[in-house]
Design a protein around this ligand. Structure first.
Ligand code: FPP
Length: 241
C-alpha cells in the first residue's frame, strides 16, 4: 500500500456479503462461510488499523436477518460471541474501542452480556472505534429518532425550530461517530440494504465482486486507494473544491 496519509477516510463502513455463496461454491453449509467470514473480519480490522482509519463499522446482522432459519441465526450469535471472546485481548492491545449499534434488546442475554463486558473493557481506547451493527436496521433507527425527538418537543425540552442535522445526528445510534466516508459492499450486489441511510448521504460507494470470506487486507487497501482518487464535491463544483 502507498504510504501517503492524504485523503484517508475517517469512517469506513462495510456490508460484508457473500458468505453463503462462498460456502455453497465449496459444497459446504452456509455456516462454514460465516466462520470464514469471521477470519476476514479480523484481517479487515488489521488493515483498517494499518491504514489509519479512525472508525470501522461492520454490518454483521441486520434486523431482517432474524427471518433466516433458526439454526443459522443461533450459529451466527455463537460465532459472534466466540469472536468477541477470542479477539477482545487483541482489540485492547491495539487500542481499539468496541461499540455495537442496533436493536440490542432482541439479542440473546448471553450475547449482550459478553458484548457489555467487551465494550466496558475497551471504552478508554482511542486508536480506532470498531462498531458492529447487530440487529441493525436504518429505518428502525430513524423511526426511533423521530419518536425520541417528538417526545422532547412534546415535553417542551426542544423547540421544533431547533431541529436540524445536528439534533438528528445526536439521536442516532452513531451519535459519537463521524459521517461515513467510504461504504464498501462485497459479493457483487449493488444495494444499501437498510444500512446507515442517513450517515452515508455523501459517502463514496465501493462495490467489489469478491465474496466476503475471500476479502483480505489487499482488497481493503485497494478500496482505500480508489477512495483517495475520488473527488468528493459535497454538492459543489470541481472548481470550488
Ligand atoms: C452476509 O452473507 C453475511 C452475514 C449475514 C453475516 C455476517 C457475519 C460474519 C461476517 C461473521 C461474523 C461477524 C463478526 C463481526 C465476527 P450472506 O449469508 O447473506 O451470503 P449470501 O448472500 O451469499 O447468501
Amino acid at each position: 500500500m502507498s504510504n501517503t496519509t492524504k485523503n484517508i477516510p475517517k469512517h469506513v463502513a462495510i456490508i460484508m456479503d457473500g458468505n453463503g455463496r462462498w460456502a455453497k461454491g465449496l459444497g459446504k453449509k452456509r455456516v462454514f462461510g460465516h466462520r470464514q467470514g469471521a477470519v476476514s473480519v479480523r484481517k479487515t480490522i488489521e488493515a483498517a488499523m494499518e491504514t489509519g482509519v479512525s472508525c470501522l463499522t461492520l454490518y454483521a446482522f441486520s434486523s431482517e436477518n432474524w427471518n433466516r432459519p433458526k439454526l443459522e441465526v443461533s450459529m451466527l450469535m455463537d460465532l459472534l460471541m466466540e469472536f468477541i471472546l477470542k479477539e477482545v485481548d487483541s482489540i485492547n492491545e491495539n487500542g481499539i474501542k468496541l461499540s455495537v449499534i442496533g436493536e440490542r434488546s432482541r439479542l440473546p442475554d448471553k450475547v449482550n452480556k459478553k458484548l457489555d463486558q467487551a465494550i466496558l473493557s475497551t471504552k478508554d481506547n482511542d486508536k480506532m472505534t470498531l462498531t458492529i451493527a447487530l440487529s441493525y436496521g436504518s429505518r428502525d433507527e430513524l423511526i426511533n429518532v423521530v419518536k425520541v425527538v417528538s417526545e422532547k418537543v412534546l415535553k417542551k425540552e426542544l423547540n421544533i425550530t431547533e431541529i436540524d442535522e445536528k439534533i438528528i445526528n445526536n439521536h442516532l445510534y452513531t451519535f459519537n461517530l463521524p459521517n461515513v466516508d467510504l461504504l464498501i459492499r462485497t459479493s457483487g450486489e449493488k444495494r444499501i440494504s437498510n444500512f446507515l441511510l442517513w450517515q452515508i448521504a455523501y459517502a463514496e460507494l465501493y462495490f467489489t465482486d469478491t465474496l466476503w470470506p475471500d476479502f483480505g487486507k489487499e482488497d481493503f487497501f485497494k478500496a482505500i486507494e480508489e477512495y483517495k482518487n475520488r473527488e468528493r464535491r459535497f454538492g459543489k463544483t470541481s472548481e470550488q473544491i
